[in-house]
Design a protein around this ligand. Structure first.
Ligand SMILES: NC(=O)C1=CN([C@@H]2O[C@H](COP(=O)(O)OP(=O)(O)OC[C@H]3O[C@@H](n4cnc5c(N)ncnc54)[C@H](OP(=O)(O)O)[C@@H]3O)[C@@H](O)[C@H]2O)C=CC1
Ligand SMILES: O=C(O)CCC(=O)C(=O)O
Length: 409
């Protein structure tokens, strides 16, 4: 089954409960525009490499489309479409004035030098610049991209359309980025987890956490968990994981990963592989890397009581059903990782006002939006006796549907 089939399955389940007509379902699920482009790159050694890039704009009923840009060798059309669709529901769940889009390039980013990444990004902008922009579609970082890539993106876009920082978010703070954007997704994940645990009468401070992925989202989530007194006992990256039942020193681990390029062999820990990490005996499991890592094949090995989808689509629909029967609570991606796009929204607002907020304001506004969104989703789930995922879909699809009906086609 493709990534997009999985995303569509969640949609159809919710749309069925809402009683949406077949025609309305088709309208809401069909992407508005898909772009697939060739990107030819001259390598540092003079050779030519050819890559495929995508930008898929799913829905603009509630505002300009918004979503990250992924550089990863597994990027493909089905995955980008499913990620774009998730963005539409996600921006609606947190009620920020955007639709959904996503983009990516199928490339192993570790094979590129800094200069090659810069040129690749600019070549991509050269072919998609007309379809993006502050009032059309605003990219941002995702796996394999970061603030530097967004700076190159903005610089190249500005060559075509004039200087306009609001064309992309997640930029460096020194170049019109927002305070608090880099930490936002991980911080948001933890603030929502705190709220969920509180509702479920599970003490955050006494809880243990395992995190798959130690990049932007995973590392900032780990940091915040430690700050709030939770115990991170296992983390992993692409090369495998590390485990210490007494808890990891997260700040030391972040420095170690920066120095060595990996978390492997961090002193005082035992090695574990990614399967073992997912199956570790913890209270809270946070997948924060790729999609599709928890499936019907390994769902029965999961021992955590809570799964927080920091990554996009880490749990397949089949696994989701297994967890519903077992009473394992899943906080869905379209709510759990919405802190990133929420602070991207603040960045766009600041850029458009030519005004800079301080980090305290960013964190307070983020906390307010995420808390309100969580409470709404929780209330729907309680009232209708459904999962948090279904409740989030009902909320998101309902908002996009109403905007579509009000605005017309
Ligand atoms: N960045 C953001 O603001 C947002 C990100 N997300 C989602 O969060 C997830 C992570 O994104 P982000 O942190 O930005 O990405 P990064 O590229 O910063 O980090 C990805 C991490 O995942 C690890 N990883 C890659 N492949 C595997 C694998 N097969 N098994 C285990 N670990 C792996 C990487 O390891 P290594 O470094 O060794 O390659 C790295 O630690 C994605 O699903 C993304 O869509 C969602 C919302 C916003
Ligand atoms: O910050 C953004 O605009 C998008 C982040 C993103 O790609 C995501 O939430 O999956």
């Amino acid at each position: 089954m493709s990534s997009h089939d999985d995303a569509a399955r969640y949609f159809h389940h919710a749309a069925g409960i809402m009683g949406l007509s077949k025609n309305m379902q088709a309208l809401l699920l069909t992407p508005e525009r898909e772009m697939k482009v060739q990107i030819a790159l001259e390598r540092d050694n003079g050779e030519i490499s050819t890559f495929i890039g995508y930008r898929i704009q799913h829905n603009s009923a509630r505002g300009p489309m918004k979503g990250g840009l992924r550089y990863h060798h597994e990027v493909n059309e089905s995955e980008v479409l499913s990620l774009a669709t998730l963005m539409t529901w996600k921006t609606a769940v947190v009620n920020i004035p955007y639709g959904g889009a996503k983009g990516g390039i199928s490339v192993n980013v570790k094979d590129l030098t800094q200069g090659e990444k810069d040129r690749l990004t600019r070549k991509f902008v050269d072919v998609i610049h007309d379809m993006v922009g502050p009032d059309k579609d605003i990219p941002a970082p995702d796996m394999g991209t970061n603030a530097q890539v967004m700076a190159w993106f903005m610089n190249q876009y500005s060559k075509f359309h004039g200087y306009n920082p609001a064309c992309v978010t997640g930029k460096p703070v020194e170049l019109h980025g927002s305070e608090g954007r880099e930490e936002a997704t991980g911080r948001g994940v933890v603030s929502l987890t705190e709220r969920l645990l509180d509702k479920c009468k599970q003490n955050f401070q006494g809880s243990t956490f395992a995190i798959q992925g130690f990049g932007n989202v995973g590392s900032f989530a780990a940091r915040r968990i430690e700050e709030l007194g939770g115990k991170v006992v296992a983390v992993s990256d692409v090369s495998g994981g590390i485990w210490n039942p007494e808890g990891l020193d997260v700040m030391k681990l972040i420095d170690y990963a920066k120095d060595t390029g990996s978390i492997s062999n961090f002193p005082g820990t035992d090695p574990i592989d990614n399967d073992a990490l997912l199956a570790s005996e913890v209270d809270v499991l946070i997948p924060a890397a790729l999609g599709g890592v928890i499936t019907s094949d390994n769902a029965s090995t999961i021992r955590a009581k809570f799964i927080i989808e920091a990554a996009n689509a880490p749990v397949t629909p089949e696994a989701d059903e297994i967890f519903a029967h077992k009473g394992i609570i899943v906080l869905p991606d379209i709510l759990a990782n919405a802190g990133g796009v929420t602070v991207s929204y603040f960045e766009w607002v600041q850029n458009r006002q030519h005004f800079q907020w301080d980090v305290t304001r960013v964190r307070e506004e983020l906390h307010r939006i995420l808390s309100d969104s969580f409470d709404k989703v929780w209330q729907i789930a309680e009232e209708k006796k459904i999962s948090l995922r279904l409740a989030a879909y009902l909320l998101g699809i309902g908002r996009v549907g109403r905007a579509t009906v009000l605005g017309g086609i």
